[in-house]
Design a protein around this ligand. Structure first.
Ligand SMILES: [Cu+2]
Length: 68
């Protein structure tokens, strides 16, 4: 099990938080997703077959790319 914390500058309201939490949670292996509109961060806990690469790819697809 791994936990990552990503900075996602596009998060700006509770709708963004909901979208991110719903979409990332659909990935197989993702155990929890907590996004925060104030800090613009998301904390994601996952295990295989989920991976950082897959999570970042979902976030980019839904228009919430992780800050470099
Ligand atoms: Cu929003």
């Amino acid at each position: 099990m791994s936990t990552v914390v990503y900075s996602i500058p596009n998060i700006n309201c509770m709708h963004c938080v909901h979208t991110i939490q719903t979409e990332v949670a659909e990935l197989d292996g993702v155990k929890s997703v907590v996004a925060n509109a104030e800090t613009r961060m998301a904390t994601i806990t996952f295990e295989p077959p989920a991976s950082e690469e897959k999570i970042k790819s979902v976030l980019a697809e839904i228009n919430y790319p992780v800050a470099a």
